[in-house]
Design a protein around this ligand. Structure first.
Ligand SMILES: C[S@@+](CC[C@H](N)C(=O)[O-])C[C@H]1O[C@@H](n2cnc3c(N)ncnc32)[C@H](O)[C@@H]1O
Length: 252
């Protein structure tokens, strides 16, 4: 469907909701253009394998490791440089085991798994320090931590930490005591985890979709009414609530 629309470029992960729903492609194109050599990539969340295919097209010689709680499926892309590891983001020991088995340091780590804020936080704590200097961590779908989202939690999560670090960097300072206290509140980051992340994060850039989706997550159709801001099937466009917020954290 999208292929017929001729709206994609070689870069775009056309069959992934990264492209047709969230419209992260342009932001990712810009972020990845400054990444340098890419030899090892990890992505949490494989689903049908669309983004693994995209990563292979982008980085033909890289080792690509997909981590998912689901066992590998026959339709997932395979070649000599693609591996799949099974781990649930709710299981910290399994997460550490999978990240170590993936073989850090990583050039690029994409977190597109459960989208639960608690899982996003643990993946950031465990994943970002395993990047090489200059490596990139893409934390997808952080809108789930916004107050209006049904998955939001009062505990400090990846979105909160990345927002605080971005703001501190923009102000030319470190996190202040009030920010540290907020981020280390119950259910949030340990003081040592926060210090380690602050020390390893050089820059944070956030991106939120303002445009309409290219295709509907629900029916796959492309008939979005630009006035009602809905798909012809009735599904919303994401304009009505928290949606499509991603962040890129570059490692020191
Ligand atoms: C949004 S999809 C990934 C989409 C894919 N990255 C793409 O762009 O085409 C989310 C994936 O996360 C996996 N997932 C959901 N909860 C998980 C968890 N607790 N631990 C690990 N993986 C999980 C699901 O099995 C699913 O494959």
């Amino acid at each position: 469907m999208l292929r017929r629309m001729q709206t994609f470029r070689w870069f775009d992960p056309v069959d992934s909701d990264k492209h047709f729903w969230h419209r992260y492609s342009g932001f990712y194109r810009d972020q990845l253009s400054r990444l340098g050599a890419v030899r090892r990539v990890v992505e949490f969340g494989v689903l049908g394998g669309a983004s693994i295919r995209w990563l292979r097209a982008l980085y033909p010689a890289a080792e690509i490791i997909g981590i998912d709680r689901a066992a590998p499926e026959p339709g997932w892309p395979r070649d000599g440089g693609i591996r799949y590891l099974t781990a649930d983001q709710a299981d910290e020991a399994a997460l550490v085991g999978a990240l170590d088995a993936a073989g850090p340091p990583f050039d690029l780590l994409i977190e597109d798994g459960s989208h639960l804020p608690a899982h996003q936080a643990r993946c950031l704590v465990l994943g970002l320090p395993r990047l090489r200097p200059g490596g990139l961590y893409l934390a997808e779908d952080l809108h789930t931590a916004l107050p209006s989202h049904p998955l939001a939690s009062p505990a400090p999560g990846a979105l909160h930490l990345l927002l605080a670090i971005e703001r501190a960097r923009a102000l030319g300072r470190l996190l202040d005591p009030a920010e540290r206290a907020a981020l280390t509140a119950p259910g949030g980051f340990g003081p040592a985890e926060l210090a380690a992340l602050e020390a390893r994060i050089a820059t944070v850039t956030l991106h939120r979709r303002a445009e309409l989706p290219l295709a509907c997550w629900s029916c796959g159709g492309t008939a979005f009414d630009p006035v009602r801001l809905r798909c012809a099937c009735g599904a919303g466009s994401g304009q009505e609530g928290a949606d499509s917020l991603t962040a890129a954290a570059r490692a020191v």
